[in-house]
Ligand binder design. Structure first.
Ligand code: NAP
Length: 160
């Protein structure tokens, strides 16, 4: 098996799941994917890490800004904060960080959505882009001082 310079995990089952119509099976899948799945993927792949390898796990802004139907998403994105801290300890000296994007306006997920209102509520006047998320990921992977942290890339959305 080839060595791994870095590991970025983005997998997600992310669908609104309201309390009124709570779908238990969907909730178990979503939480298992993010928390158990991410942990197991890191465990399995860590044996192939190069000495400077680091890890970035995906979270999201629902961690700080819940919306109707976001209970499962808000819960697992909040848990990502704890996961990177404990993995940074367990995997030391390898670094582990979390990246929390705002709505990524040009991502395939939102291809058919009208996100104008959300863009208007972002201080930069638009949504963040896939290129900006990739650049921030590159920063977390490459900066040897970043470890066990949450990085929000949201165009300032959390200031509102
Ligand atoms: N796009 C945004 O605006 C946004 C905002 C905030 C946070 N995020 C976070 O950023 C990450 C990437 O977002 P995205 O827009 O690229 O998400 P996405 O379009 O929903 O894609 C999620 C990917 O995860 C894969 N996946 C789901 N379960 C998996 C599993 N058990 N094993 C392997 N792969 C699995 C899916 O594969 P299949 O298609 O085969 O099911 C899909 O390719 C996610 O964690 C998301 O929560 C995104």
């Amino acid at each position: 098996m080839p060595p791994l310079d870095h590991l970025v995990i983005t997998a997600s089952h992310q669908h609104p799941n309201t309390l009124r119509d709570f779908d238990v099976a969907a909730a178990v899948t979503a939480v298992t994917t993010k928390l158990v799945g991410y942990t197991e993927a890191v465990r399995v792949l860590s044996g192939r890490f190069t000495p400077a390898a680091s890890v970035v796990l995906s979270g999201g802004l629902a961690k700080e800004r819940p919306y109707p139907g976001s209970t499962v998403i808000t819960t697992f994105t909040s848990a990502i904060t704890g996961l990177v801290k404990t993995l940074a300890v367990e995997l030391a000296p390898h670094r582990v960080n979390a990246l929390h994007p705002g709505l990524v306006g040009d991502s395939p997920r939102w291809r058919d959505a009208d996100l104008g209102p959300q863009a208007g509520r972002t201080p930069i006047g638009r949504l963040v882009t896939m290129a900006e998320i990739a650049d921030a990921t590159d920063f977390l992977l490459g900066n040897g001082g970043m470890n066990g942290h949450d990085l929000f890339v949201d165009g300032g959305f959390l200031t509102r």
